[in-house]
Design a protein around this ligand. Structure first.
Ligand code: SF4
Length: 457
């Protein structure tokens, strides 16, 4: 099967009016990027982007199944799409992404009005699937196998955005770690890295188009290059991206603590344009829970790693993911997570209540705490993290930071908004037509719960 998007205009498309496509996207940056790429390539084939599902001829849903809530949202959105199809039976409805990969063809049973289903490794085939579904009504085409080449999974899926200041670059997909709560290895397949030459080509093209900040993304990006000795590891890949002229800031997501190596720590020490921000999910502060999650490291090892990273880059912002109410979590295990939040001093944390996921090993562990306990622990965790974040944010007051300006401040006229290296929104007086896409040094004067404010230095 071909990896690339075919840009020839399909014969079933009447030249006027152009068919309109609407995509609704749930979940992570990889999904956002995939949807963006898909829209771009559909546009090359003659489609127009519809702003609402009611205006569209093709309705696509790019789904997330990392939590049960996200999965349920898919079914309620499909219910909305069904109403549109009842009014206009010619509409084509497709579901892709992680739920499609996980549930597969049985989605047709749950939603008989659905026309096509595509998995996480088949982005390039979606235009062809849409055309087949439109031409042969009731054919219900699917593409769900796990392809094993980077071209199919990651290649030729660039997501151009000529006006964009920031862009995501997919460099890795899938995961071999099988943490016991996580569905990613089942929905995204095994780890696959994109060759560095292809990554660098895309970064160069983005820089030439005026993109200032690139975020390299992968489900387990710290595994980058592991399966091919001729390829660099993540630290070395970052060095090569850093050498591309025009790229003013580099980020990467998402890392695993057991895989952060010396090369990556050295990159933080040496590379000025590598943003001083590390998102390093820890999930729990209790060794016993980390073992049940099969995370492959202890609390002490995590804390020591943070110390090494901070020694290499003292101003670095550390963010994390945390789960409250994992199966068998006792009150004292939960309190260990609260104490870790205080000990590390996370700049931010994405906190979730445990969500059982089909096929994962955690389902075979002890019962998870009841819903009320999980909700109570999540609320306590969020409160402690908010306290720690507010305290951490104060450290920026009086500092000069580099802000990449992106848009008007949506809340205050006469101000612009940009992002700091730590990903905080930063506001200061200025005109967006003059400042968009520029890196401005700002002296921080105030720090709120989520944003910073100051004046150009
Ligand atoms: S390392 Fe991350 S993506 Fe991989 S199984 Fe664990 S939580 Fe999921």
């Amino acid at each position: 099967m071909s990896a690339s998007f075919d840009s020839s205009v399909p014969e079933w498309l009447a030249p006027e009016p152009r068919p309109r496509v609407y995509i609704e996207t749930y979940g992570c940056q990889m999904n956002e990027r995939d949807s963006h790429a898909l829209l771009h390539h559909l546009a090359e084939r003659g489609y127009e982007r519809a702003a609402t599902p009611h205006e569209a001829d093709v309705l696509l849903l790019n789904t997330c199944s990392v939590r049960d809530h996200a999965e349920q949202k898919v079914y309620s959105t499909l219910g909305r799409f069904r109403e549109i199809k009842q009014e206009r039976p010619g509409v084509v409805i497709g579901v892709g992404g992680c739920v499609a990969q996980q549930v597969g063809e049985s989605l047709f049973k749950r939603a008989p009005y659905l026309d096509l289903v595509f998995g996480t490794h088949h982005l390039g085939e979606v235009p062809g699937l849409i055309e087949r579904a439109a031409r042969e009504r009731g054919s219900r085409p699917t593409a769900l196998s796990f392809e094993r080449t980077w071209q199919t999974v990651l290649g030729d899926h660039e997501a151009p955005d000529p006006g964009g200041v920031r862009a995501f670059v997919a460099v890795q997909r899938g995961c071999d770690r099988f943490c016991t709560f996580c569905i990613v290895p089942f929905t995204q397949g095994r780890e696959l890295s994109r060759p560095s030459a292809s990554v660098l080509d895309e970064v160069r093209r983005l820089a030439a188009r005026g993109v200032k900040e690139v975020t390299l993304i992968g489900q387990n990006i710290t595994s980058y290059g592991r399966k091919d000795p001729s390829e660099p590891d993540l630290g070395e890949l970052l060095r090569r991206v850093h050498a591309v002229e025009g790229v003013e800031r580099i980020r990467f997501l998402t890392s695993h603590p057991a895989e952060v190596n010396e090369s990556l720590i050295a990159a933080f020490r040496d590379l000025e344009r590598l943003a001083a921000h590390l998102h390093l999910p820890v999930q729990s502060g209790a060794d016993t829970v980390l073992a049940r999650m099969r995370r492959g490291h202890t609390r002490r090892e995590y804390v020591e790693l943070i110390e090494l990273v901070r020694a290499a880059r003292p101003e670095i912002a550390i963010t994390t993911d945390l789960i409250a109410g994992f199966p068998g979590e006792s009150e004292s295990e939960f309190e260990a997570t609260l104490s870790l939040v205080r000990e590390v001093g996370f700049d931010n944390a994405f906190c979730f209540s445990y969500s059982p996921r089909p096929g994962t090993r955690a389902l075979k562990l002890e019962e998870s705490p009841d819903e009320a306990t999980r909700a109570d622990r999540l609320a306590r965790l969020l409160a402690v993290q908010a306290e720690v974040r507010a305290e951490r944010n104060q450290r920026w007051v009086g500092q000069e930071i580099a802000v990449l300006v992106e848009r008007d401040n949506p809340r205050r006229a006469g101000e612009v908004e940009g992002r700091s290296p730590s990903l905080h929104p930063v506001h200061f007086a200025g005109r967006i037509d003059e400042l968009r896409g520029t890196m401005v040094r700002v002296r921080v004067e105030r720090a709120g719960a989520h944003a910073l404010a100051g004046s150009p230095a």
